[in-house]
Design a protein around this ligand. Structure first.
Ligand code: PLP
Length: 417
């Protein structure tokens, strides 16, 4: 067994960890699906609970010695149900994708029709994309956003739902900057006799803070990741009506997974406790204010934002007006220390590996303490790089400005040496 300091025992891994802490400190990270967890969540993830097998559920385990992990799992379930106002919660899914798959496997049969948002309009792979098991096991149909408004057209969703009669409708997105009207989705699902799955992975933190409508009171199923705006460890949650509770639990274990990751579930518990604090609501409100400030600034610098702005933590920037691709932008910004991802925009003619857009999100800069003025400064950095995309000199200048701005908002400083 290795003892002592990691850097003595395994300098290669130690070096990669240190470099990652440096990167997270020195770069402006605008990846909308990422966040920086608290030191508390981080330490719980590296705790003794990583050692424990706990197949089953609290007080119904297939292993002895589960008294402490039982307490943690019960706490996590209680906190999650309370925050989201749900009848049941399974806290064991290893990821958002496996949470979604568990819902499908619980109530659908292979070949059933499902209706989700098109990947090319902001949906997620696990909502029926052909390259994902969800698009291979089921018959996928899609809805998208309107070409004019960049927003979901609920009349169009209704029309498609009536035409294809899906067994399940999936509401939720990975790249959609407007409020999602889950109630409208529920009405449509009721009209066609479909289950409604609301995938709130991106906006779970906003919902927990009461800043986005919550689908849990009416959707049959709600899934989320815990590591995006919710700012917990990497993992998933499934909420459902009480009548599906047993079936969902059986699908997760023994259907789909073996032992739950109890260190991660403990991390989820701590993140959910953080989510109940008044500071969390203020944090989420600031995430939105920062995204809106950044969108306004980018628009004033001449950029087009899909749908004209944002109600949440992210925006899609349409780069066609600048005559550059998402791929070029991602690479140049990356060299300047600004990390974000290229993203297809609705009705994009560029292929997915190239794209005409970038997705920009504010959860991480807000966790670091940045406010609206900083968001505008960051928009200025982006603009400068994109205007001089071939100038190594400008890129170096912006990289220095990014580093100096980041020094005002230090993170994980104890992990830098
Ligand atoms: N659902 C949505 C809407 C997402 O955006 C994502 C991830 O980006 C997922 C599900 C999948 O989560 P995971 O990467 O944990 O499988």
């Amino acid at each position: 067994m290795s003892t002592g300091l990691l850097r003595d025992f395994d300098p290669e891994v130690a070096d990669a960890l240190r470099e990652e802490a440096v990167r997270e400190n020195e770069q402006i990270i605008l990846i909308a699906s990422e966040n920086y967890v608290s030191d508390t969540v981080l330490s719980v993830q590296g705790s003794v609970m990583t050692n424990k097998y706990a197949e089953g559920y609290p007080s119904k385990r297939y292993y002895g010695g589960c008294e402490n992990v039982d307490r943690v799992e019960e706490l996590t379930v209680r906190r999650a149900k309370e925050i989201f106002g749900a009848e049941h919660c399974n806290v064991q899914p290893h990821s958002g994708t496996s949470a979604n798959l568990a819902v499908y496997l619980t109530v659908l049969k292979p070949g059933d029709a499902i209706l989700g948002m098109a990947l090319s309009h902001g949906g997620h792979l696990s909502h029926g994309a052909g390259v994902n098991i969800s698009g291979q096991l089921y018959q996928p149909h899609t809805y998208g956003v309107s070409r004019e408004t960049g927003r979901i057209d609920y009349d169009e969703v209704r029309r498609i739902a009536h035409a294809v009669r899906p067994k399940m409708i999936i509401a939720g997105a990975s790249a959609y900057s407007r409020i999602i009207d889950f109630e409208a989705f529920q009405e449509i699902a009721d009209e066609v006799g479909a289950y409604l799955l609301a995938d709130i992975a991106h906006i779970a933190g906003l919902i927990a803070a009461g800043l986005h409508p919550n689908p849990a009171p009416y959707a049959d199923f709600v899934t989320t990741t815990t590591h995006k705006t919710l700012r917990g460890p990497r993992g998933g949650l499934i909420f459902c009506k009480g009548k599906y509770a047993k079936a969902i639990d059986r699908t997760i274990f023994p259907g789909l997974q073996g032992g739950p990751m109890m260190h991660t579930i403990a991390g989820k518990a701590v993140a959910l406790r953080e989510a109940k604090m008044p500071e969390f609501r203020e944090y989420q409100a600031q995430v939105i204010r920062n995204a809106q400030a950044m969108a306004d600034e980018l628009i004033s610098l001449g950029d087009a934002i899909v749908s004209g702005g944002t109600d949440n933590h992210l925006m899609l920037v349409d780069l066609r007006g600048r005559g550059i691709t998402g791929d070029q932008a991602e690479k140049a910004l990356g060299r300047a220390g600004i990390s974000l991802n290229k993203n297809v925009i609705p009705f994009d003619e560029a292929p997915p590996a190239v794209t005409s857009g970038i997705r920009v999100g504010t959860p991480i800069i807000t966790t670091r303490g940045m406010k609206e003025d900083d968001a505008r400064i960051v928009a200025g950095f982006i603009d400068r790089v994109l205007r001089h995309i071939d100038s190594e000199e400008v890129i170096r200048e912006v990289q220095e400005a990014v580093r100096s701005h980041c020094r005002r908002f230090p993170v994980y400083t104890d992990r830098l040496d």
